[in-house]
Design a protein around this ligand. Structure first.
Ligand code: OGA
Ligand code: NI
Length: 340
């Protein structure tokens, strides 16, 4: 425990981290052309329709966009990143107390994905924890660094507010109205994945995370450095997400793909590495409650658009995760697709 190559800072990449040739990253990837959506206009009825059509285009084209003027201050974002960096710098024993491969644990530390179980290892260290209701979970979060609970907690509650507002605007963009999910998102889950990617001596042969889509409805990501890549489904190429100061990245997740009956597709993405700087990212995954079942909106199902997915819950996703080696790119969404 606490002995992975990335935690030790090995000067070479062990064989178990080598990704297949076809999946190796390009160290000079092309830059994605990503819609930037200005949320300052969200409450303004005059601009609301522009915003809704921008969201519709972005969710359809890439399943990915950046948001600016989201209302989360720079100091709150910096505070969350800083306490994350400090957490990962703690001595091994402090972190391995929370170490577990049990995906049902609400708070856990780990390396790679399921280290020691998966066939390919990834150059990542992570802390995952539930964040809603905040006061129920913070007592189980790390004690150290001492300001972790306060700083991360503040970011979690602010990013959740943004995610719920966005989700309303997105159901509106599907023609369902902003209240379509009622209070199901408010009562839903917020899971944080705090990721650390130490410098990697051979960033051209390994990855921080394999290609995957998130199971969530929406994921909001805050990163300390460039490194996230998305698969552009228009040309099939991997593209790096450019840095845009103060922006947050939003992913369409599998459960939004299901709700939209395939009009919006979850974005396939991966984390790449670099050889000189530690990169930290904070992912906030927003979904319905643990056992609340997501299915396609019946308004979006008709003869031309037959039902495409089975219903599923967050718990179904965890069952999939615990029983499947996803290190080679297996996706949850593929297990709930209905036969054509
Ligand atoms: C994730 C994820 C990307 C990144 O945590 O699901 O895709 O850049 N992270 O860390
Ligand atoms: Ni992801």
């Amino acid at each position: 425990m606490g002995n992975s190559a990335q935690e030790k800072g090995l000067p070479y990449v062990p064989d178990c981290y080598l990704v297949p040739m076809a999946d190796r990253p390009n160290l000079a990837p092309s830059v994605a052309n990503i819609p930037v959506i200005d949320l300052a206009k969200m409450p303004d009825t005059h601009h609301r329709s522009t915003l809704i059509s921008q969201l519709s285009d972005a969710c359809r084209r890439l399943g990915f966009f950046q948001i600016v003027n989201h209302g989360i201050s720079e100091s709150v974002m910096e505070g969350a990143l800083k306490c994350s960096f400090e957490y990962f710098k703690l001595p091994g024993e402090e972190k391995t107390k929370l170490m577990s491969n049990d995906v049902f644990k609400p708070v856990r530390y780990g390396t790679s994905m399921k280290d020691g179980v998966d066939s390919i290892q990834y150059w990542r260290v992570f802390l995952k924890h539930y964040a809603y209701p905040l006061h129920s979970w913070t007592p189980f979060w790390p004690h150290n660094p001492p300001d972790y609970r306060k700083k991360m907690g503040k970011y979690c509650s602010e990013v959740r507010r943004v995610a719920l507002e966005l989700m309303g605007a997105i159901t509106e963009s599907l023609g369902l109205g902003s209240d379509y999910l009622g209070n199901r998102m408010e009562e839903g889950m917020q899971v944080m994945a705090v990721n650390c990617y130490p410098p990697c001596p051979e960033p051209e042969v390994a990855l921080g995370l394999p290609p995957h889509s998130d199971y969530s409805c929406l994921t909001i990501l805050l990163q300390s450095l460039q490194g996230l890549e998305i698969l552009d489904k228009e040309d099939g190429n991997w593209k790096v997400v450019p840095e845009l100061h103060g922006a947050l990245q939003v992913h369409v997740g599998d459960h939004l793909e299901v709700l939209s009956n395939g009009r919006y597709k979850s974005v396939v993405h991966r984390a790449t590495l670099n050889s000189d700087k530690t990169r930290v990212s904070i992912t906030s995954l927003h979904s319905l409650g643990m056992d609340d079942v997501m299915g396609a909106a019946m308004e979006l199902v008709d003869n031309q658009n037959p039902l495409q997915y089975k219903e599923s819950s967050f718990r179904d996703f965890l069952d999939f995760l615990s029983s499947t080696d996803i290190s080679g790119g297996k996706r949850f969404i593929d297990t709930i697709r209905l036969e054509k």
